[in-house]
Design a binder for this molecule. Structure first.
Ligand code: NDP
Length: 287
């Protein structure tokens, strides 16, 4: 039987509608709407597109958003100054610094400057530490979305063997932390893993966050496994191009129990979780 597809678009839409209703209630009770402050440096078209999508999603949910778009050659001081403004602005409950920043900027210092209680991306070391310690405040949006998709299947994680391929701070590591917190036994794989196909075959839950088109083969997947494909890779196809994941979708579909498509799987969840983190931050600030 082919794998059941996990419809990230539908799950995300449902979550966004719930957030919109909660924001309406908050505003009706006389509170300020949640607010997101965005910093975009440079003119990378993909970053521009992501920021526009996030702002559009905010508007649709009734979340206030404002943006500082800075030229690519902006100084570190300029960027830090804007973050400081957002840190102090009571209308702003979440701060988003669109990554990657241009090479001349010190990303680590920029992320450190974001107030941890407005760090809706969950990248500040204080929030990273809290996640691993078991007292999360803000969890990065893509891993949170992955967990929601797993929950949407009803498959329990307790005692399961989960393999995460990729150890980035944005996806791999926080996803592993979340899976462990739900009592899965985790393995984190990366470019130096000795037997990647073997590790993958041991997984009841397999998360691929590599950035290599269709790398995970059908015969690397344990029959019936739950497979989450985080990858977004653009490949040429004749004159045109299209997006594919890190998993060979057609082959995986014949083996896996559950599978996320690309696009329409993890992607839409990331924005939904950003909205949720911003709403959560506003609620905490307005308590
Ligand atoms: P990174 O490039 O930061 O990390 C990739 C990871 O994959 C690294 O840990 C790397 O290992 C590992 N890796 C690379 N090549 C191999 C290999 N041959 N074998 C085993 N492991 C390998 O990427 P991100 O974590 O930021 O993103 C991963 C993918 O997810 C990308 O396609 C990205 O576009 C997508 N993505 C999707 C999002 C969404 O909303 N759907 C959000 C964020 C990312 P090592 O550490 O050893 O170098």
């Amino acid at each position: 039987m082919p794998a059941k597809l996990i419809d990230g678009k539908a799950v995300a839409q449902q979550i966004r509608e719930g957030i919109k209703a909660e924001v309406e209630q908050l505003v009706a009770s006389g509170k300020e709407p949640p607010g997101l402050g965005v910093v975009l440096v440079g003119d990378d078209p993909a970053s521009r597109t992501y920021v526009s999508m996030k702002e559009k999603a905010c508007r649709a949910a009734g979340i206030y958003s404002e943006e500082h778009a800075l030229p690519a050659d902006s100084s570190q001081e300029k960027v830090l100054g804007i973050i400081e403004e957002y840190n102090r602005n009571p209308k702003i409950h979440g701060i988003l610094v669109q990554l990657p920043l241009p090479d001349h900027l010190d990303s680590e210092q920029v992320l450190l400057a974001v107030r941890p209680d407005k760090d809706v991306d969950g990248f500040h070391p204080e929030n990273v530490g809290r996640l691993w310690e078991g007292h999360p405040r803000f969890v990065p949006c893509t891993p949170l979305g992955i967990l929601e998709l797993i929950h949407s299947t009803g498959v329990p994680l307790k005692g399961k063997r989960a393999v995460v391929v990729g150890r980035s701070n944005i996806v791999g590591k926080p996803t592993a932390a979340l899976l462990m917190a739900e009592h899965a036994t985790i393995t984190i794989c990366h470019s130096r893993t000795a037997d990647l196909p073997g590790e993958c075959r041991s997984a009841d839950v397999l998360v691929a966050a590599i950035g290599r088109a269709r790398m995970i083969q059908g015969d690397w997947i344990k029959p019936g496994a739950l497979v989450i494909d985080v990858g977004i890779n653009r490949i040429a196809e004749g004159e045109k191009s299209r997006l594919v994941g890190d998993v060979d979708f057609e082959a995986a579909r014949e083996v896996a129990g559950y599978l996320t498509p690309v696009p329409g799987g993890v992607g839409p969840m990331t924005i939904a979780m950003l909205l949720r983190n911003t709403l959560t931050s506003a609620r905490r600030a307005q308590r």
